[in-house]
Design a protein around this ligand. Structure first.
Ligand code: ZN
Length: 60
């Protein structure tokens, strides 16, 4: 997990970047940064900064 220049938290897995979709305490739901532009459905859930669940299937 890292913070981009706009101060927004991001996650990077392989060449893909994910942005936060939802957060409950230390659990984060991420979606691919191409979700909006390309409708990519890849999602990741992290818990305590560790990958908890991943659906890393991208359409790009
Ligand atoms: Zn994607």
């Amino acid at each position: 997990m890292f913070t981009n220049k706009n101060g927004k938290k991001m996650l990077r897995i392989d060449a893909y970047r994910f942005t936060i979709n939802k957060r409950v305490r230390n659990k984060y739901w991420w979606r691919c940064s191409s979700h909006g532009s390309r409708g990519c459905r890849a999602t990741v859930i992290t818990l305590d900064d560790l990958v908890y669940k991943i659906a890393n299937e991208h359409n790009h």
